[in-house]
Design a protein around this ligand. Structure first.
Ligand code: NAD
Length: 487
C-alpha cells in the first residue's frame, strides 16, 4: 500500500472567510477507507455554529457586494476558483481518493477537472445568459429579470464529494446568492480545502461557508434555519423527504437529486463487446457508489447466456486495490457502516433465493480496508429487495427478457426514475424505448456522459427539479416580470 497521511489533520469550520472551531470544541474522526486509519479530526458543528454561518451568509447577501457586483466581476472571481482547483489538482486528487476510496485514475480524470469546470462553466454562463421580453399587442411590454434568491443551503453526499458540491456552488454563487455548504461527514476534506481556494481567489467574506457534522443535527439545523431561502440537496430519497418536510414551514425552494436503481437494457442487436464494457462501468465504476449506476441488468434472452459469461469474466478481471495506485480500477467502499450495509444486501440476496454468480466477498490479499469483489446475482425476481432497493455498491443483478414490451415494463417497475441505459444497434428501437422510460436521463450505447448544458435530475422517487445550465439558473434565481404600459 502507498504510504499516505501519517498524522491526522485537524479541520475547522469555514465561516465568514475565517477558520473557526465548533462552539463546543468537539470533533469527529475522518477515516481513510483503504487503510481504516483516522486521517483527520473534523470540527463537529452544532445549531449555534450553523446559525453563525447562516448569519454570515445573510450579511454577505443583504449588505455585501456579492449580489450587486457586475456579472463580469463575479465571473472573474469564480473563474479564478476554477483555475485554482486545476492548479491544485494533484493535491485534490490525493485528498479525494484518500477520503472516499475512489481510485486516483477516476478522481484525476473526472472528479477534480469537473469540479473546476463547474466554476468555469457558470462563470461563462452568467456573461451569456439573456432573458425574454413579450410585447402584448403593442399595449404593454413585459420583460423578465432574474434576481438572486438569497442564502442557499447546499447539502451533498459522499460519492463524488467535490464534484457534486461544486455542481451546486458554481451556479449558486454565479447567480449572486451566498451559501452554506454541508458536505457528507465521511468525505469533508476536499470541500474544506476548497474553502481555502475560495478565500485565495478573493471572494468576499460570508459568500461561501462550510459547516461539518452529522446530517441529523447540522443538516437539520441548516435546512430549517429561517435565514435560509433555498436548499439544494443531493443524497438519499428518505433524507430528501425529511428535508422537504423541514423546508415546508418556511416555504423554501428545494431541489432534490435523490437515489436511483437504474435499469441497463441490453438488446440482441447490441454490439456485445461495447455493451459489456459499458455495463461493467455502469455497474462497478466508483465501486458502484453512483446514483446513476445501472445495477438492474435486463438482457434479451437470445444473448443472455453469452452476455452473462463474458460479463462475469470481465467483472472478475477488474483490478481491485489501493486507490492511490494509478492502475487500480476499484477501491474500497467509503466507510465501515456502508460496507456492512452492502454486505448485508448480499446476504439478503442469497436468502431471497437469488443465485450469486460471482463476488460477494472481500478480495484475497486485501485484509484491511472496506474492499468488496464485484458481485453479480442471477435468478432475480422483481419483488426481491435486492432488485427494488438502492444498494449503492458493486452489486448487479441480471434478468432475461423476451420482448421489448417486457423490457420496458421491467425497467419502469421501480420506485426510482433517475436514469437508464439502452444497448442496441436498432435505431428505431432506441428511440422507441427511450421515449417510454420514466427517467430523467436515457443513455443509448453510452453511460455517465454529462454536459453542463443539458438537464440532469430524477423522475419519481429520484428527485425534484433539474440541474445544469439554464435549469440551475432557473433554480438559483427569482424570476421577476416587469410590465410597462406602452400607451
Ligand atoms: P444521505 O442522504 O445520507 O446524506 C447526504 C447529505 O445529507 C449528507 O451531507 C448528510 O449529512 C446530510 N443529511 C442527512 N440527514 C439529513 C437531514 N435530516 N437534514 C439535512 N441533511 C441531512 O446520502 P449519502 O449516503 O451521503 O449519499 C448516497 C445517496 O445519495 C444515495 O442514495 C445516492 O443515490 C444519492 N445520490 C444522488 C445523486 C443524484 O444526483 N440523484 C448523486 C449522488 C448521490
Amino acid at each position: 500500500m502507498t504510504e499516505v497521511v501519517t498524522r491526522p489533520a485537524v479541520k475547522q469550520l469555514f465561516i465568514n472567510n475565517q477558520w473557526v472551531d465548533a462552539a463546543t470544541g468537539r470533533t469527529f474522526e475522518d477515516v481513510n477507507p483503504a487503510t481504516e486509519e483516522v486521517i483527520a479530526h473534523i470540527a463537529e458543528a452544532d445549531a449555534s455554529d450553523v446559525d453563525r454561518a447562516v448569519r454570515a451568509a445573510r450579511r454577505a447577501f443583504d449588505e455585501g457586494p456579492w449580489p450587486r457586483m457586475r456579472a463580469a466581476e463575479r465571473a472573474a472571481l469564480l473563474r479564478r476558483v476554477g483555475e485554482l482547483i486545476l492548479q491544485h489538482q494533484d493535491e485534490l486528487v490525493q485528498l479525494e481518493s484518500q477520503d472516499n476510496g475512489k481510485p486516483v485514475r477516476e478522481s484525476r480524470a473526472l472528479d477534480i477537472p469537473r469540479s473546476a469546470h463547474n466554476f468555469i462553466f457558470f462563470a461563462e454562463f452568467i456573461n451569456k445568459v439573456t432573458s425574454e421580453a413579450v410585447n402584448q399587442d403593442g399595449q404593454f411590454l413585459h420583460y423578465e429579470l432574474r434576481d438572486p434568491v438569497g442564502v442557499a443551503a447546499l447539502i451533498t453526499p459522499w460519492n463524488f464529494p467535490l464534484l457534486l458540491a461544486t455542481w451546486k456552488i458554481g451556479p449558486c454563487l454565479a447567480a449572486g446568492n451566498t451559501c452554506v455548504l454541508k458536505p457528507a461527514s465521511v468525505t469533508p476534506l476536499t470541500a474544506l480545502r476548497l474553502a481555502d481556494l475560495v478565500a485565495e481567489a478573493g471572494l468576499p467574506e460570508g459568500v461561501f461557508n462550510v459547516v461539518t457534522g452529522p446530517g441529523s443535527t447540522v443538516g437539520t439545523a441548516l435546512v430549517s434555519h429561517p435565514g435560509v431561502n433555498l436548499i439544494s440537496f443531493t443524497g438519499e430519497t428518505v433524507t430528501g423527504q425529511q428535508i422537504m418536510a423541514a423546508a415546508a414551514p418556511g416555504l423554501k425552494r428545494v431541489s432534490a437529486e435523490l437515489g436511483g436503481k437504474a435499469p441497463n437494457l441490453v438488446f440482441a442487436s447490441a454490439d456485445l463487446d461495447a455493451a459489456i464494457a459499458g455495463s461493467l462501468r455502469s455497474a462497478f465504476f466508483n465501486q458502484g457508489e453512483v446514483c446513476l449506476a445501472t445495477p438492474r441488468f435486463l438482457v434479451e434472452e437470445k444473448i443472455y447466456d453469452q452476455f452473462l459469461e463474458k460479463f462475469v469474466a470481465a467483472a472478475r478481471a477488474l483490478r481491485i486495490g489501493d486507490p492511490l495506485d494509478p492502475a487500480t480500477e476499484m477501491g474500497p467502499l467509503v466507510s465501515k457502516s456502508h460496507y456492512e450495509r452492502v454486505r448485508g444486501y448480499i446476504a439478503l440476496g442469497r436468502e431471497e433465493g437469488a443465485t450469486l454468480v460471482t463476488g460477494g466477498e472481500r478480495p484475497e490479499g486485501l485484509a484491511r480496508g472496506y474492499y468488496l469483489q464485484p458481485t453479480v446475482f442471477t435468478d432475480v425476481r422483481q419483488d426481491m429487495r435486492i432488485c427494488r432497493e438502492e444498494i449503492f455498491g458493486p452489486v448487479a443483478s441480471i434478468q432475461p427478457f423476451r420482448s421489448e414490451e417486457e423490457a420496458v415494463g421491467l425497467a419502469n417497475d421501480t420506485p426510482y426514475g433517475l436514469d437508464a441505459t439502452i444497448w442496441t444497434n436498432d435505431l428505431k428501437q432506441a428511440h422507441r424505448v427511450a421515449g417510454r422510460l420514466v427517467v430523467g436521463t436515457v443513455w443509448v450505447n453510452c453511460w455517465f456522459v454529462r454536459d453542463l448544458r443539458v438537464p440532469f435530475g430524477g423522475a419519481k422517487a429520484s428527485g425534484i427539479g433539474r440541474e445544469g445550465g439554464k435549469y440551475s439558473w432557473e433554480f438559483y434565481t427569482e424570476a421577476k416580470n416587469v410590465c410597462i404600459a406602452l400607451q
